[in-house]
Design a protein around this ligand. Sequence first.
Ligand SMILES: NC(=O)c1ccc[n+]([C@@H]2O[C@H](COP(=O)([O-])OP(=O)(O)OC[C@H]3O[C@@H](n4cnc5c(N)ncnc54)[C@H](OP(=O)(O)O)[C@@H]3O)[C@@H](O)[C@H]2O)c1
Length: 245
Amino acid sequence: MNDKTIVITGGTTGIGFACAKYLIKVGYNVIITGRTKENLDNAVSKLGKNVFGILSDSSSLSDIEKLVLKVKNEFGNIDGLFVNAGIFKAMNFEGTSEDLFDETMNINFKGAFFTVQKFIPILKNPSSVVLNTSIVVFKAFADTSVYTASKAALESIAKVLNIELSDRGIRVNVVSPGVTQSPIQKKSGMTDEAINNLLEHFASTSPIGRIVQPSDIAPIVEFLLSDKSQVLRNEKIIIDGGTTM
Ligand SMILES: NC(=O)c1ccc[n+]([C@@H]2O[C@H](COP(=O)([O-])OP(=O)(O)OC[C@H]3O[C@@H](n4cnc5c(N)ncnc54)[C@H](OP(=O)(O)O)[C@@H]3O)[C@@H](O)[C@H]2O)c1
């Protein structure tokens, strides 16, 4: 037990859930958020002890403010924040509607931006913030224009935060996963056939010979949240099995 408390936004499925599971296993207290009650309840019951679930839509500033207040009241100040909640909907550039633009930017960028901002008062000195971006920031994939923009925007603020928040002992680093098998593919609007082709392509062309799993990402996020990485600032760890090297 290391007695550290970490908040993971979007901890109900996929990467966030795997990170919660790993952190709990190695002794952290974990607070997970999600916007779907059923997923949140399922995740909390699967994770068992040392976990607390809070329903919170990360695209809503009032939800973020309520989340911070709830965390403060239940746990006091926290040791780290994994800004993970995000969506991806596959759509070509010409077909991207204003609604899809706003939905994606509001969750992946605006929500992430204000999540970090609103948590500042209850982040300990020292503490660690980890942003979940994506390899799309530096490698082009069709049908991802607004998603790519949202992740690039998020990644771009890490260096600014590291300057502005250094006096408070808050450091910010980034994980940049490659294609990782998770519920996000099903929610993307891609057909089952397209998802299978994508996963097969990345498994067969990857030096590791398989697709990255959420459980591969968890120990790396833990490293960035822990004191083991205390001198890292604005570091980006690409977790893609070497597919983009
Ligand atoms: N899988 C990949 O290939 C991949 C690659 C690079 C980066 N990423 C990033 O990794 C992060 C996690 O994705 P994943 O693959 O683990 O997908 P996932 O299984 O769909 O997980 C997404 C999580 O975010 C939550 N979430 C979505 N919108 C939310 C909102 N408005 N407010 C609160 N929670 C919200 C979901 O909760 P609900 O179920 O309640 O919506 C869920 O817990 C995302 O930021 C994604 O962009 C994924």
